[in-house]
Design a protein. Structure first.
Length: 689
């Protein structure tokens, strides 16, 4: 059987290819709209492929010639040194022929192929960087697997190159939980930016929630999230564009890193010296936990980090930060240099947990509950990924595409590393308040009917103060052919704070026969998010909702508006909005347009109680005292009172009206001062001011 002859080291083809890259990039680099370069790898999704007849590539004449040259350089031209190490009797390097997988010199041939990857991509990245400079975006597209020993699809090889050349890794398999977790750990250790990308198809609609939820795993090195769309029908195109817009709007508001943990698991990259080693490489990947661990009647999330043998050898990870190290392969497969590092750590009190083959069926759930405290428990199996940012936490949930209407969640805020304080638990998919807690634990319920089975929850500290928030204007536009509904909110705070921010979160109340509207088995409930700095009391927040279902006449929007200062929520209000539509015929059929948005009701999400004061009031000045108390109540900070069901309504005031009211109050106070002055002058028996 003749091995495949696709060539990696055909020097003529390589020269043409690199000249082509240099020519194209140089031609466009100075264009005003040039952003950067995206590099795909190998033969599309295979570093060293595609192979032929089930065998890997790399056996072409040019590859064999380069293999011999590589060996000559590696052994300093000394064939005797090679024979001593290989236990062979070659007369010259030209006699060496690469063996087939798992035979003869296969391990050394694999090392040559790894060297080839480093040489080729170093030249490619270096060439592009020399043209576009050190800071322009350079993306490297990863669409492969992790366990293909023939294709050498070893992500860590590329993270090492990305670290050297400032390359952003694009993970095409962001819907794949194990990949997303592994790439998240690699990005954090190597300091490499990550973009989460996925190409959805109708048959994988259940992966919607996973993609949205996995974007969380890109922090703190997340550059963005995106995916390509296969447009098979209009009904498929709309929900796809919606999902991307929703993820982009919400996730840009948050940042952070994974919770601190005392547990690490060791991942060893192997190049397949034997078949058993290759199988253990596959098994390592499958041991990465994809969900919650079942403990009794509950499911629990235990944080852990993945560290790799390469990271330890390169000095990128210090084991002293961990108490436990779990081996995902037998100790005999770990390189001796890495074991020396591990044994030194053990001598300082580290606890090594050896590999157990039973984990292949039970997962790490039989280990983690015995060595670490869970930070979160639920009553059903979901995927959960928390990140922590200073004194806030954000947690993503997805239900594997199987709707769960009543997920009960308990979160140990102390275990997450949050300081003592009062926290608002907010469903960021629209901004609804789930609970308020101040005892180090948070409990809340979730229903998975937003964003096709993914929910993002914020745990944000609050310290309410007396604020009057007036929406001065609400403007909206809608473009049917883009499925985008844009809302612009302007408002004013009293007192007129600056340096704070207004956080607006919005979702639709679209229903069909009293239930959330669905189509093709998916819930198309759109969400929007926006944030703006408050300057001199005024703010304007812009939101985008992907709403192709705006063609329906009867629905409302729920707007939840929070004011945040120094990372604390100081006020929150919920508005019911109604959208006025008109319809006109077009090539799309009856197409809606927005003629206005109105506020139908407002309710405080939480309020503060009035301050307790002791005031002696003359019977002749009762009205004056009442006015002063009202102003004091508006500006003074006081204790927290949770109010979730208020039905207070408020009109939308214009800037001019708001300003007029303020001026009116000031004038009233001045008039009252003049009146009181006259009273004192006319009553010599009263103390003079």
């Amino acid at each position: 059987m003749s091995p495949p002859a696709l060539a990696w080291w055909n020097m003529t083809d390589r020269r043409y290819y690199f000249d082509f890259i240099k020519t194209v990039v140089s031609r466009y680099v100075n264009y005003s709209n040039f952003l950067g370069v995206l590099i795909d790898y190998g033969w599309l999704d295979d570093d060293w492929g595609p192979g032929v007849g089930g065998l890997p590539t790399g056996y072409a004449k040019s590859d064999v010639a380069m293999f011999r040259l590589y060996l000559n350089r590696t052994y300093g031209g000394n064939i005797t040194a090679l024979n001593l190490q290989w236990h062979t009797a070659y007369r010259s390097f030209n006699d060496v022929t690469p063996s087939l997988p798992f035979m003869g010199n296969w391990p050394y041939f694999q090392l040559f192929r790894v060297w080839s990857i480093n040489e080729t991509y170093s030249e490619l990245f270096g060439t592009i960087r020399s043209i576009i400079g050190p800071d322009r975006i350079l993306l490297f597209y990863w669409g492969g697997s992790i366990d293909d020993i023939y294709g050498l699809q070893m992500p860590e090889l590329y993270f090492q190159l990305a670290r050297k050349y400032n390359v952003t890794i694009v993970l095409d398999d962001a819907d794949h939980t194990k990949f997303a977790i592994f790439f998240s750990n690699l990005a954090s250790v190597y300091g490499v930016h990550l973009m989460m990308e996925w190409t959805p198809v109708p048959s994988t609609s259940a992966y919607y929630g996973r993609y949205v939820s996995h974007i969380m795993l890109g922090y703190p090195w997340l550059m963005g999230g995106d995916y390509y769309v296969f447009i098979r029908s209009l009904s498929w195109f709309w929900p796809t564009t919606q999902l991307n817009a929703m993820a982009a709007e919400v996730y840009r508001l948050i940042n952070g890193s994974r919770p601190k943990t005392s547990v690490a698991v060791l991942y060893v990259t192997m190049y397949g010296e034997t078949y058993n080693q290759w199988k253990h490489l596959e098994d390592e990947t499958y041991l990465i936990s994809t969900g919650l661990v079942k403990v009794g009647d509950e499911y629990a999330y235990y944080p852990y980090n993945i560290v790799t043998a390469d990271e330890l050898e390169l000095g990128l990870v210090n084991l002293s930060r961990y108490r436990y190290l779990i081996l995902m392969v037998p100790e005999s497969y770990i390189p001796s240099g890495v074991m020396s590092i591990i044994n030194k750590w053990r001598g300082s009190g580290g606890v090594l947990i050896p590999y157990d083959s039973s984990w292949l069926t039970t997962g790490l759930g039989t280990v983690l509950p015995n060595i670490e405290e869970p930070v979160l428990t639920t009553n059903a199996s979901v995927e959960v990924f928390p990140i922590v940012n200073a004194n806030s936490a954000y947690i993503s949930f997805n239900d594997y595409g199987n709707p769960i209407n009543a997920l009960h969640v308990n979160v140990n805020l102390t275990a997450l590393g949050l300081p003592n304080g009062t926290y608002a638990i907010i469903n960021l998919n629209g901004g609804d308040l789930l609970n308020i807690t101040s005892d180090g634990m948070a409990s809340f319920n979730l229903g998975f009917y937003y964003t096709q089975g993914a929910v993002l929850v914020g745990v944000i500290p609050i310290k309410p103060m007396h604020l009057l928030v007036n929406l001065t204007s609400i403007k909206a536009t809608y473009g049917y052919n883009g499925g985008v509904f844009k809302v612009s909110l302007s408002g004013m705070l009293i007192p007129r704070l600056s340096g704070c921010s207004a956080l607006a979160l919005m979702h639709t109340n679209l229903t069909e026969f009293g239930a959330p509207f669905t189509s093709d088995g998916l819930v198309y409930e759109s969400i929007g998010a926006g944030e703006a700095r408050i300057k001199d009391g005024y703010f304007t927040v812009n939101l985008t909702l992907p709403l192709y279902q705006l063609m329906f006449n009867s629905y409302t929007l729920v707007l939840n508006l929070y004011t945040m200062c120094n990372g604390l929520i100081v006020s929150g209000e919920s508005y019911q909005l109604s959208v006025n539509l008109t319809f006109a015929m077009s090539t799309y059929g009856s197409v809606p347009s927005v003629t206005g948005v109105g506020v139908t009701s407002m309710a405080p999400i939480f309020t503060v109680s009035p301050p307790s004061t002791t005031t002696t009031v003359s019977t002749t000045t009762t009205t004056v005292t009442s006015t002063i108390t009202l102003i004091t109540t508006m500006v003074k900070v006081s204790t927290l009172t949770i109010t979730l069901t208020s039905t207070v309504a408020r009109y939308v005031l214009t800037k001019q009206t708001t300003a007029a009211l303020i001026i009116g109050v000031i004038v009233l106070v001045i008039v009252l001062v003049i009146i009181l002055g006259n009273v004192f002058r006319r009553r010599p028996d009263l103390p003079q001011p």
